[in-house]
Design a protein around this ligand. Sequence first.
Ligand SMILES: [Zn+2]
Length: 302
Amino acid sequence: MISIAWAPLYAHPLPATHRFPMLKYELLPEQLLREGIVPESAFFTPQPPPVVDMLRVHESDYYQRLSAGQLTRAEERATGFPWSPELIARETTILGGTLECARRAHQYGVALNIAGGTHHAFRARGEGFCLLNDQAAAAAYLLAHPELGVQRVLIIDLDVHQGNGTASIFQTEPRVFTFSMHGARNYPHRKEHSDLDLALPDGTDDVAYLRLLRETLPRLLSQHQPDFVFYLSGVDVLATDKLGHLALSRDGCRRRDEYVLGLCHQHNLPVVVCMGGGYSPRIADIVDAHSNTFRAAAALWG
Ligand SMILES: [Zn+2]
């Protein structure tokens, strides 16, 4: 059974000139249903979680100021979004979605959030369109609930940008292994230390990318022995992406998702998938690539 978190407020109105492709949060669920990739019954409507679920990975002062609209102008500018109460409702709902996905994946094997992967959010600040770190909060939630039996978490972050916030949050947490494979010359220019960082040269293509991934992931599974996986399936690795600098084809991106999810399935590892970034000029390129992630999950767990 496959579960998908989505709510209409995921598509949050932004100024017309804003470069963030908010439209994908409207088009992706439409396309999944139109093409019959997932049944309508797979969708659930997430809710903002109790504050305690956010404060495991965020400083209380930051969270209070963020939710009350009291960030400094510099802090707000770093997030990349104009602050509003509706934006906070969106971000907390997305985080609640990833948390609920973790509970459902624990039960059924897989769950996907049509948003999230806000890996540039640190304990006490946001940046790069990320205000609260959803996968970090969900990983911390699992570890804080021993009755769930999750002892080691692996975060597979394949967004083209380094998961700097996630790496920083779990720097001293040995139960969470952070793996980030990203563009070497891309944002963030000052990188944090994940447990494993693989920084790729500009122009990395399908063959080189998939070879490296196939060499790395099985080794991580046997070394770290995770019992739960978070996958950040950013599609800004595509050659068409205007921020990415890598050169994956849509087919290569699909094979990446099939490989990661196939490996989780094969090892009986529950997995939560969050969308992450995608900045191809044609919105169809973004939505098609994300749709393939759902197709791969549905083929394995549907
Ligand atoms: Zn990204």
